[in-house]
Design a protein around this ligand. Sequence first.
Ligand code: 5AD
Ligand code: SF4
Length: 439
Amino acid sequence: MEKNLSVYIETYGCQMNLSDTEIVSRILKNAGYELVERPNSANVILLNTCSVRENAERKIRERLSVLKKYKNNSKPVVVGILGCMAERQRNKILENNSIVDLAVGPDEYRKVPQLIQNALLGEKGIAVRLSRVETYDDIEPLRKEGISAWISIMRGCDKFCSYCVVPFTRGRERSRKLFSIIAEVEKLQNEGFKEITLLGQNVNSYKCPETNSDFADLLKECAIRFPTIRIRFITSHPQDMSDKLIETIANYDNICKYIHLPIQSGSNRILELMNRNYTYEHYLGRIRKIRELMPNCALSTDIIAGFPTETLEDHRLTLRALEEIRFDGAYMFRYSPREHTKAYKLTDDVPEKEKIRRLNEIIDLQNKISKEINLTEHGKIHLVLAEGPSKKDKTYWQGRTDTNKVVIFKPLKSTQVGEVVKVKITNSTSATLFGELVQ
Ligand code: 5AD
Ligand code: SF4
């Protein structure tokens, strides 16, 4: 290999992609590449991409047209697409006058160094085979320094929700071995990390291939072995949110009291068309169980507006669900048809304008609820993990509560990154809390 080749990676989409970028970074570093923070002087530019909605893919196409300028320089620059969009579009992104030299799907990252070498010799390359076993278990992610780390504990998804492209781009579900996850947390603890987030498309269906331990067992094991580490996890599926799991979260102080539990719709007819495998009543039952054992647990969700055949009555049921459950926050999207999925065969019959109108109605209602919930935080004292200067005003710091809310506060001279401080909440918006340090 030529000496000192440098790689710049840009990441789009979910936390899983951020975690995958750390895996690719390690693979490249081991192969002798230098990782750089800017595209300007890089020999290789990689985009780790998302396909979940059309918007995400459009963003990548726009970015590629901006990156074109790096191709016109005198030195050869390799451009590669990694992740879900590479998997979905395959040869298509390499065709015609595309500036893309390589496309690598989520299960073929070990091949990236070789494909870069080939591309430097002028050969375009593609690797998009999905695997039933690849978990990158043996690769230690190359993380930036910090206090908070992601750990992917499983890959793929077997749920096949009818709108979702993930089972096609990330393949079948497979879990890492429990012992290797524990070893990774231990290493992170020794390196000074204070918080870990266990990642998977559906962490609730985690199953250790060696010991058969389930997700609750894994959480318990982490909680007991690492009592000073904050443990988070995303994403959960309402069908697999067992009593055992809820009890485990409730039983350990260092398992954060925040659960992201996508509901998608409040209408049973739409939930069935979405192939979600639960009813609204089942979902509500899970929320009640969570709140019974953990009255202060924060909850967030995902919603899709304008799924095929969604009527005004279905939409009203989603609004009613938001009012009845009162989530702390939500990620809200309008339906985007994805090729290969089951829903793609349904007529996308809610007009775009109407989808946007419904989505805005959902967003307005949720913002109002988040604001009201945050008002009830005023006067309360939270333990906040200090992350460092806030983005807007460096004289203030930001941190997160156990319930995953961002808090802005004025630090003391002695306040350290990674310290858990006590903050009394004095003000808020729908998205942020503001407070003062207390002794
Ligand atoms: N259209 C709109 N939103 C979608 N999501 C997944 N697929 C689609 C789609 N085709 C949303 C779901 C999921 C989140 C990650 O993205 O709400 O929970
Ligand atoms: Fe997609 Fe459903 Fe799997 Fe989530 S659980 S990744 S929405 S198929």
